[in-house]
Ligand binder design. Structure first.
Ligand code: ATP
Ligand code: MG
Ligand code: FE
Length: 339
């Protein structure tokens, strides 16, 4: 059978069709970046309306690309939290409608679990990826260290005390005069900059546990900007910021691995996993621990529906599905998922 996945928790409208063995037959992501950019951030009401406007055509497109129709589906998986409630309601309701009409199972997918299980996609780990593994989820909305011990079995080992790491990138990029979302712009600006030029703080470095904190780093960037910077100075500051983030993440990952001695791999997901300096620092931590670093390709690291369909497949394999009156949840912590 075929599984349809839907994602609408934030500012990406996405749909995908997977075979039950995890083979991706069709996938599409529609970014709403341009809709939100004038406001410098995601506007929930605009996001909900855009999901509603685009989802029907997007689903029709992936079904056609997969060479199927709703009658060919054997299940529908839709992100049902955490996220912006308007968008969640749009995507989950759309999915439930198809499930009800075809009388097939509906799976209410936790967005964080979808990120957490994405490295087990056959295309990412062809040899399989056994539990438990350590997941660093590094995005604009989330920053946490998770012991992924099974489907529905996740232990949060640490999370950010203030900003998410992507948020820290975006805020620092804004201070440097870069467009939103600034993470990728900041990485480009940092090329050729001297990462040792500005001694920025490395929050929580060496502290026990694996919580994160980034607001002090952002403040330090603001203070340097306020002193005035020439073009070379901006490059050095971007490089110094990136270096401080990478060093902090590496330190936190080392601590987290010590908290999960049975880990089979270090996995990184979320948009910030696109960052070269971050990847390099984490690859070094994994190498020293004798573990593989698994980083799904960028299109599967950022928000997408392939990972949602895959999480649905993992749940279906365990006989899990959800009632059609399952209510989307704006807050839905990973460690509350026990099957
Ligand atoms: P959610 O947490 O719900 O997934 P999101 O939409 O913010 O929310 P993603 O789409 O996974 O998450 O990631 C976007 C974030 O990743 C932004 O903060 C963006 O700046 C950051 N990002 C993307 N590419 C890079 C990069 N090359 N370097 C640093 N940060 C990056
Ligand atoms: Mg996004
Ligand atoms: Fe996400």
């Amino acid at each position: 059978g075929l599984v349809l996945g839907l994602e609408s928790s934030c500012d990406e409208t996405a749909a995908a069709v997977l075979r039950a063995d995890g083979t991706v037959l069709a996938e599409a992501v529609l970014s709403q970046l341009a809709d939100h950019a004038p406001f410098g951030g995601v506007v929930p009401e605009i996001a909900a309306r855009a999901h509603l406007a685009h989802l029907p055509a997007l689903v029709a497109r992936v079904l056609a690309e997969a060479g199927t129709t709703p009658a060919g589906l054997s299940a529908v998986a839709a992100t049902s939290g955490p996220g912006l409630i308007g968008g969640l309601i749009v995507g989950a309701s759309f999915g439930k409608g198809i499930a009800a009409a075809r009388d097939i199972p509906f799976i209410a997918v936790n967005h964080l679990e979808a990120h957490a299980l994405s490295p087990r996609l056959p295309s990412v780990s062809p040899e399989g990826l056994p539990f438990p593994y350590l997941l660093l989820l590094l995005s604009g909305g989330h920053c946490q260290c998770v012991a992924v011990e099974g489907v529905g079995q996740h232990r949060r080992l640490g999370s950010t005390l203030d900003d998410a790491v992507g948020e820290a990138f975006d805020k620092s990029a804004k201070l440097l005069g870069l467009p939103w979302p600034g993470g990728p712009h900041l990485e480009r600006l940092a090329v050729g900059g001297d990462p040792a030029r500005f001694p920025l703080p490395r929050p929580l470095l060496g502290r026990p546990g694996c919580d994160f904190s980034f607001s002090g780093l952002k403040t330090a960037v603001a203070q340097q900007v306020a002193k005035g910077l020439d073009e070379a100075g901006r490059r050095h500051l971007a490089a110094s910021f990136q270096e401080a983030v990478a060093a902090t993440l590496a330190d936190r990952a080392r601590h987290a691995l010590a908290m999960l001695p049975a880990a089979t791999a270090l996995v990184v997901a979320g948009g910030v996993a696109a960052n070269g300096a971050v990847r390099a620092a984490l690859a070094e931590v994994a190498r020293k621990a004798g573990l593989p670093l698994v980083a799904p390709p960028i299109r599967l690291c950022t928000d997408n529906a392939v990972m949602v369909a895959w999480a649905g497949i993992e749940r279906l394999r365990l006989g899990l599905s959800d009632p059609l009156d399952h209510a989307p949840r704006p807050r839905w912590p990973l460690d509350s998922l026990a099957a």
